[in-house]
Write a protein that binds this ligand. Structure first.
Ligand code: ADP
Ligand code: MG
Length: 275
């Protein structure tokens, strides 16, 4: 084989690996998109039954308190001994005490479910694959709510929010970016860390930053983290696609994603979107 052929086949091999990587990247982003669709679909389906359960709960609370009053009144009509026996038999005092508590607890549980559904819808925004004027904080808060369970055993989350102008963006995609940054930050913290979300703006940019006091990265790692498939996580845990997809999303917004990190001290990722 002459020199020309060799370099040609090296080129072809390189292109083939690139195609393979791009294909897997595409697959991954399609998976994320269909996950978002699924979440939004489920949220939509749950919304309806939750709606009538919640409104039934209000009526039930009223009916049960009426019934309790009725029983109390009626029980005045019978002699003391019969009344005492009957009320004891049905554990009436306990029921009177417990019933309102049960109703209240159920209402609180329901409103939590309603909150989760709201966040899921907000997070996935499937109806919005286009650029819209959006409030970044809204997306940040719902994304945070969705992962709060994942975060709370490792880290406290501190919000340092500025008053932000609206920004032209695809909210569901920026939510994906934030989600990935938050999960990465949590992963970098072994225990009892802090994740700080800061927002701000200047004449050109609106930005949010996620910083952690986790394990940090050295310069070799920093040079590679945006490569597709670069991961330091065990097989099955990390895909190494989060940051490369995130960078793709941010670039689609004509934005930039910056990172600074010190081993043993922590990392800070900043996402800037043009105003
Ligand atoms: N906050 C962080 N602290 C320390 N290392 C990080 C942080 N965020 C990302 N990294 C490094 O970058 C790598 C790539 O991240 P990412 O593209 O999200 O893929 P994955 O999370 O699947 O590993 C991680 O495996 C980790 O080594
Ligand atoms: Mg990740």
């Amino acid at each position: 084989m002459n020199q020309g052929h060799r370099s040609e086949s090296v080129q072809i091999a390189k292109l083939q690996t690139e195609i393979k990587m791009l294909r897997e990247q595409l697959l991954q982003s399609e998976k994320l998109a269909s996950l978002g669709q699924l979440a939004a679909g489920v949220a939509h389906e749950i919304n309806n039954p939750i709606g009538y359960v919640a409104s039934n709960m209000k009526v039930l609370a009223e009916y049960s308190s009426n019934l309790i009053h009725l029983v109390k009144r009626l029980s005045q009509q019978v002699d003391d001994e019969t009344r005492a026996n009957l009320l004891a038999h049905f554990d009436f005092e306990y029921v009177c005490d417990d019933l309102p508590k049960l109703v209240l607890e159920s209402e609180q549980g329901l409103s939590r479910v309603v909150g989760i559904i709201h966040d899921l819808k907000d997070f996935s925004h499937i109806e919005q694959a286009d650029f819209v004027e959006a409030d970044l904080h809204q997306g940040i808060l719902s994304t945070l709510n969705l992962v709060s369970n994942e975060l709370k055993y490792r880290a406290d989350v501190v919000k340092d929010f500025a008053e932000l102008p609206k920004v032209n963006c695809i909210p569901s995609q920026l939510n994906q970016v934030l989600l990935n940054l938050l999960l990465n930050a949590a992963k970098a913290i072994k225990q009892d860390g802090t994740i700080t979300i800061t927002t701000g703006f200047d004449d050109f940019w609106v930005w949010f930053a996620v910083s952690d006091n986790g394990e940090g990265m050295d310069s070799v790692q920093l040079g590679r983290i945006f490569e597709p498939f670069y991961t330091t996580k065990p097989k099955g845990e990390g895909t190494g696609l989060g940051l490369s997809l995130s960078r793709g999303i941010v670039e689609k917004h004509q934005g930039v994603i910056n990172v600074s990190s010190t081993p043993g001290v922590g990392s800070c990722f900043t996402v800037k979107i043009p105003r």
